[in-house]
Design a protein around this ligand. Structure first.
Ligand code: C2E
Ligand code: SIN
Ligand code: SIN
Ligand code: FE
Length: 459
């Protein structure tokens, strides 16, 4: 490090502590000289005169307030970074700006809105942005190529010519650097003390917005992983239900999309799919794992799982847009004719999301093997579900199943590895299931045969 660099660094340090106390004259002169000396002819031509380009102080304040308002309403980090970069370019009247975030866990600095493509990521401490992330100090460079800290490699790759560079920390509420602004090529001269003051106002509200968005994201991740953990727990009860909740979720998602639902509606249906059988956590193994058909008493006991789902989910405080999920999950065994359980609700009182989960549930019960039945082929599944349309399942939902058939078929193939396998505990008996049908379906077939053939002779 040269003496000149050291002096400059000391000056920056002073600037950071007392930005207003700076002797404006000395530095500005130095900057102008440097910039003029380093300017290439292409870069100086075509530039608007600085005075015309500069927005007024009142206009700048207005813009900062407007950006602050908008920042506070954005909880998506990528959108936030883009908005902050745009605001910086406009406020400082520079050519481009990048906003980096600091990932303290990996000790990296990253950005999604870097010039050109994709995400860039580098360690805290590397380069100018990395140094600012580490030290929290402002780095204002009038002429990049005259500064040893500048890495010209990105310019060489892109053919861009960096001249002035203002790199500014975004400091969070406990004094930690949460991000870094990097403004490039101020029009009409280097970045000024005034630009630093402007960025300081923007950085203060940006830090709050970023920390807020990170909190929202952390909560969303906590929520999603909690719901997934609940689903995995109930699926782990035994091999038969292994993967069932996740498969139902995927089928329900495909069907909901085919019905034209919005993203948030689809997310509700997905969550209900993940949680629909949660009540099975309280069902005894001897019922859950019975190889043959359940008798009436056993089935009555098994039915309690739907109510249990509602009862257990009561204890979870769902976010406002997920409030219907426990209801949808609890209604997944209701039937259109009102003969379902636990409430015996008629079709129009069953949540549409529950009718979708019901169809997805049956779709998986039929296409995958169970202790009490083998996997049915798709055509057999559709035939049985077609027979259930109206009385049991919602015909509108069955239509969506048909519309989404190729996607459902691809999803079955993708999820086959999650099926219970013949070698799994209790799964041996499905191999012997007579006629490849469950007892329930054989009984239904016998009923139909009786009804359509000549009345049996009196005995
Ligand atoms: P599950 O195995 O996840 O089945 C969900 C739903 O899919 C069933 O709800 C039923 O509507 C449909 N379904 C399942 N298997 C068949 C089948 O072989 N043929 C036809 N036509 N539909 C089928 P349901 O009936 O209310 O049963 C709820 C849960 O009770 C089932 O969840 C399963 O855990 C258990 N269960 C039902 N029947 C039997 C059975 O015969 N034996 C055993 N071991 N368990 C049964
Ligand atoms: C880079 O663009 O490589 C990182 C930015 C910097 O060095 O300040
Ligand atoms: C939703 O969660 O809003 C979708 C289900 C419905 O509209 O009933
Ligand atoms: Fe169920």
């Amino acid at each position: 490090m040269t003496d000149k660099d050291q002096r400059r660094d000391q000056r920056r340090e002073t600037d950071r502590r007392a930005p207003r106390g700076r002797r404006a004259g000395a530095r500005r002169e130095g900057e102008r000289r440097l910039t003029k000396a380093g300017q290439t002819p292409e870069a100086s031509s075509g530039r608007r005169p600085a005075a015309a380009a500069r927005i007024t102080d009142a206009g700048r304040l207005e813009l900062i307030l407007d950006v602050t308002r908008r920042l506070m309403s954005v909880t998506d980090l990528t959108a936030l970074l883009r908005l902050m970069a745009e605001a910086t370019t406009q406020l400082l009247d520079c050519d481009r700006a990048t906003v980096f975030l600091v990932d303290h866990e990996t000790r990296e600095v990253w950005s999604k809105v870097a010039l050109g493509t994709g995400e860039i990521r580098f360690p805290i401490g590397r380069g100018i942005a990395g140094a600012v992330a580490e030290t929290g100090e402002i780095v204002n460079i009038p002429e990049a190529y005259a500064d040893p800290r500048f890495n010209p490699e990105p310019d060489r790759r892109t053919g861009y010519r960096t001249e002035s560079l203002l790199t500014y920390p975004m400091t969070g509420h406990v004094g930690r650097v949460v991000g870094v602004f990097q403004a490039v090529n101020k029009r009409g001269g280097p970045f000024t003390e005034h630009d630093e003051a402007t960025l300081s106002s923007l950085a203060a509200s940006a830090a709050v917005a970023v920390e807020n968005a990170q909190l929202v994201e952390a909560q969303r991740q906590l929520w999603t992983s909690l719901v997934e953990t609940l689903a995995v727990t109930v699926d782990a009860r035994d091999q038969q239900t292994a993967g069932h909740s996740r498969r139902v979720t995927r089928y329900a998602e495909v069907i909901a999309r085919a019905m034209g639902m919005s993203d948030v509606e689809v997310e509700r249906v997905r969550t209900a799919g993940l949680l629909h059988d949660y009540g099975k956590i309280a069902v005894r193994d001897r019922f859950l794992q019975k190889a043959g058909k359940l008798d009436d008493a056993e089935f009555a006991y098994m039915k309690a799982h739907a109510e249990k789902t509602a009862e257990f989910l009561q204890h979870l405080r769902f976010p406002p847009d997920m409030r219907d999920v426990p209801l949808m999950a609890a209604q997944h065994h209701e039937r259109m004719d009102g003969k379902g359980y636990p409430m015996g609700l008629p079709g129009e009182r069953i949540h549409l999301g529950a009718r979708i989960v019901a169809a997805a549930d049956v779709f998986d019960a039929l296409t995958a093997p169970r202790y009490y039945k083998p996997a049915y082929p798709l055509d057999k599944t559709l035939e049985i579900m077609g027979g259930m349309a109206g009385d049991h399942l919602d015909p509108q939902v069955i239509e969506a199943v048909h519309r989404a058939l190729s996607e459902l078929e691809a999803t079955i193939e993708e999820l086959k590895p999650t099926w219970p396998k013949p070698g799994d505990e209790g799964m041996g008996s499905i191999q012997e299931a007579a006629g490849g049908l469950s007892e329930r379906d054989r009984a239904a077939l016998d009923e139909k045969a009786k009804a359509t053939s000549a009345p049996p002779p009196a005995s």
